[in-house]
Write a protein that binds this ligand. Sequence first.
Ligand SMILES: [Zn+2]
Length: 570
Amino acid sequence: MALALSPASAWAQVEADIVLVNGKIITMDAADSIAEAVAIRNGKIFAVGTKQSVMKYAGHSTRIIDMRNRTATPGLIDSHLHFASVDPVYSIDLSTVHGIEEVRRAVAERVARAKPGEWIQGQGWDEGKLVERRYIYAADLDRVAPHNPVWLEHTTGHYGVANSVALGLAHITADTKNPSAGTIDRDARGQPTGVLKEEAAMSLVTALMPAYSHDQMREGYLQTMAALNKEGITAIKDPGMAAENWAVYSELRDQHKLTVHLFALWRGGTSVAQTQEALKHILALPKPLSDKQAIDNDDLLISGGVKLFMDGSGGARTAWMTADWNKKSTEIDTGNRGYPLTDPEIYRQQVRLIHNAGIHVGTHAIGDRAIDWVVDTYAEVLKDKPTPGLRHSIIHANIPSDHAIETMAALEKKYDAGYPEAQAEFMYWIGDTYAGNFGPARCLRLMPFHTYLDRGIRWAGGSDYPVTPFAARLGIWASLARETLKGTYGKQPFGTAEAVDIHNALRSYTIWAAHQLFLEQRIGSIETGKDADIAIWDRDPYTIPTEQVRDMKCVMTLFQGSVVYRAPAK
Ligand SMILES: [Zn+2]
């Protein structure tokens, strides 16, 4: 055929499916290179470089996407997003309420549509955003829900409030003792206020709520994935799922409905027996692969390892600290240093069990004392059984001591483990509550990203959704700005010494996060051979002023070479 002899097709033996041109491509490769165009074939990045070098792969059937001077980044990655729970999809959204009257109105509205006895669930409140600047109590809800049990969970998920009907169903009275790792909040007369802190106390009520059906989960996951794609997000690490979640995830994968890479951790519980149970599931499934084999694998859905809890929350002042918590910034919450959620010795046995099985573990640790215990545990098991590459992580790692920072640096270097999975957005979204609780001195140590850079520590970014909204642009911005939502204790109570630049902030939501999903060979940068997971933005994060980073709008998202989101034309 004459065609085959033409010089053009002689070097363009292969045609791209899609070519992106006329924009700026932030590749996030090791040199942080900028490219002009990308060619995509079979869902993978086939070529990236100058317009000229890429356009030679454009043929008759190639779809040319004109970026019109916009900027592309790798699809963003959230290393800590509670995907398994569909609560946010079905509960009353309290994340933007300003006062308790507004909460009451929202509950009353649901009650009006509910049958007597039906549960009313809400989610996302934060006393730091309420004009009253106090918890919501049962007494606030009883008048509007006299015949329905109500549970309104705090945005951190570490506490919530039940109304009196719900407290009654749970048999919680003044005589009920605090469980070992939980708090039943009480008033001056010793009566329960309705506020319950940490799983051991919360579950007295939440265990009574009906479970979500298979269809509700499925629908919730589809909605959440679409919303993630709208924010340019194409991969997530789910910190804590159970068998029923995995069943729905697998179904969605088999039906080609996943539009994010989903790396999920199994809940490891607070006892050795629960961890053994989780390990049974994990050992029956393929392990994550970080090497070249991963490139040929499906790798859309990964059974990634185990999630454990060391301590509580910085919102509830239950995280395990070396010194007393503060209140209202300068007051001392005398005698309260929080507590471990898992018995520290049991925790150590759990980690040893998981590590010795060659499985990745991520541990929730917020307080300095908890973080010390976690990194020391990792160091101990790694010394006893050196297994590089398991990437054990410190989830949140809010206020690491100098010792913890030293240990993380050493573990990363020696064992490819000890990585902080941090959520800069805490400083913004729950920053006012945090600033009040940590107090002025400790605030300056919160999420010490600049120190991490100085020590060669890499970290992975995330949102902890629904604790904060999942838009990664907010976390990227917060890594630079360290500003709170309301400025209750000053606009930047966490200081600016630990701020980082946009290049490193973006790394923490792309290539460094990919590493914590064991997918750095496959996603996290725009490089030949990788999945074509790409987000196109209305502006260039590398050149806009910091305050604009949080307002960036995603105009198009590609996941494995398919357009999964496109902003409506204006
Ligand atoms: Zn979390």
